[in-house]
Design a protein around this ligand. Structure first.
Ligand code: NAD
Length: 459
């Protein structure tokens, strides 16, 4: 049988080796999930909701050990692992609160004996191929509403967060969801590819642009619903009237939280020339307080880089920026904690421009460039000079100015005086190469359904 080795990215030690799937076992699991779907869809919504409530209780009960597992396999600082699990509870509560009304059949016309209704029926079997950076969030954004709406789920967690994926699956089953209504697949890209060979009714993917594109090509000639939640190069503009210290602290955190490995990390900062120098000083001073260290320590802020190959991406961006004249203000090299594992120093550049990879391609690490701009028009032009469009922000006390600017920016989510924020009540989506489709909000429940049109005439 295939095996998947799980290493701790903080010190490169082998944590465990897990039995992995192959093409034959993926096909067998797909058949089981397909067979289980009608019965699960026929289970009353109240009972499905009860299962998700029990799942929530399981997360609360096991929170500390789940946080430790996530920290060990991803290198995420332990406090941030707890934050993710606590943040998940609000998402579960939202899904539970909204499911009933969102799924209720709508009567949109009723006159002269003719009634028209929209019924929200499940897609059927949903494939969820997932990333490792917020494995509870990105996994459960799909798994929970998909189950609530009567779908069964084939879930392929990232090979860098598989122990967490198995924990999610364990808690779903302990909560009363039948074994075959959700099945976890263990393995890397080849297992994800084998999953795409199966007859599924929806493919919900979270990960990189490169993999998302391959997935779109693979399923392109089959008419299955496809959602791709991909990367970004998220910009923020700091206006000359902003509170400099507050903006610098907020944006440094937005850039470096989770060691910069968030899809909505702040990846580019534009600052009005009138406050540029002061802002850069405040930003660098904040970053210098961020402590790299053992991810299990309570005071660690910068953890490990989860995937070793990302270190090469960060080196390349740093070297390219230096070669093109950027000014390195702090960091700029591998390391930061111990002699083993994947570590990168929190790194800040000023004097950057869009000829540099650092300002064009996702860094997905604790590396950021701050560019000077002379007016709002230039800031908007630069914010939109990207193939991505996940989030964007503006810092200014002037609400009308912020809204006027953000209306011009191509992004799925926009932020006024805040950043790196996700709400269960709002849709999460991207423009351009940041993907298609959405999760969260009531739209993120309906997305797991097909609207069925009923034309009913009384005889
Ligand atoms: P990745 O693309 O390397 O892997 C994602 C998943 O795809 C993994 O489970 C992997 O095993 C699987 N996979 C790889 N090759 C495959 C193939 N050929 N067929 C099917 N599946 C395959 O991405 P990652 O490193 O896990 O995640 C990081 C990326 O995810 C970043 O770009 C980040 O911005 C993005 N992300 C986006 C969001 C969002 O909501 N937009 C959220 C989190 C992460």
């Amino acid at each position: 049988m295939n095996q998947l080795a799980i290493h701790n990215p903080a010190d490169d030690t082998l944590i465990t080796s897990l039995p992995a799937d192959d093409a034959a076992s993926v096909a067998a699991k797909a058949a089981r999930v397909r067979a289980a779907q009608p019965a699960w869809a026929a289970t009353p919504l109240a009972q499905r909701k009860e299962c998700i409530e029990k799942f929530r209780a399981g997360v609360v009960r096991d929170l500390e050990s789940l946080a430790v597992t996530m920290t060990r396999e991803t290198g995420k600082p332990i406090k941030m692992s707890r934050n993710e699990l606590n943040g998940l509870l609000g998402r579960i509560d939202f899904f539970l609160k909204e499911a009933q009304d969102t799924l209720a059949t709508e009567t949109v016309f009723s006159e002269g004996g003719m009634t028209e209704q929209i019924q929200h029926t499940p897609l059927g079997v949903v494939a969820n191929i997932s990333a490792w950076n917020y494995p509870w969030f990105v996994g459960c954004n799909v798994i929970l509403p998909a189950l609530l709406t009567g779908n069964t789920v084939l879930y392929k967690p990232s090979e860098y967060a598989t122990m967490t994926g198995l924990e999610i699956t364990r808690l779903v089953h302990e909560a009363g969801v039948p074994q075959d209504a959700m099945i976890c697949l263990v393995g890397g890209g080849a297992v994800g590819a084998a999953l795409l060979e199966q007859k599924v009714d929806g493919v919900f993917f979270t990960g990189s642009y490169a993999t998302g594109k391959r997935i779109a090509q693979t399923v392109g000639d089959r008419f299955v619903k496809l959602q791709l939640e991909l990367g970004g190069k998220d910009p923020t503009y700091v206006c000359e009237d902003a509170d400099i210290q507050n903006a610098a602290e907020s944006l440094a955190d937005g850039a470096m939280y989770n060691t910069g490995q968030s899809c909505c990390s702040v990846e580019r900062v534009y600052v009005h020339e009138k406050i540029y120098d002061k802002f850069v000083d405040a930003f660098v001073n904040t970053v210098k307080t961020f402590k790299s260290g053992d991810p299990m320590s309570e005071d660690t802020y910068i953890g490990a880089i989860t995937r070793a190959p990302q270190l090469d991406v960060l080196d390349a961006q740093v070297n390219d920026a230096k070669a093109k004249g950027a000014k390195l203000l702090t960091g700029g090299a591998r390391g930061g904690h111990g002699s083993r594992g994947n570590w990168y120093q929190p790194t800040v550049f000023s004097n950057v421009n869009h000829s540099m990879e650092l300002m064009r391609e996702e860094s997905f690490g604790p590396v950021i460039g701050i560019q000077k701009v002379s007016n709002d028009t230039e800031a908007v032009q630069l914010m939109n000079d990207t193939r991505y469009g996940l989030t964007a922000g503006v810092f200014t006390p002037d609400e009308a100015r912020a809204k006027g600017l953000l209306e011009q920016v191509n992004a799925g989510s926009v932020y006024w005086n805040c950043c790196d924020r996700v709400s269960p009540r709002l849709p999460w989506s991207g423009h351009g190469d940041s993907g298609v489709g959405l999760t969260l909000s009531t739209y993120g429940i309906q997305t797991f359904t097909r609207p069925k049109a009923w034309h009913l005439r009384k005889a």
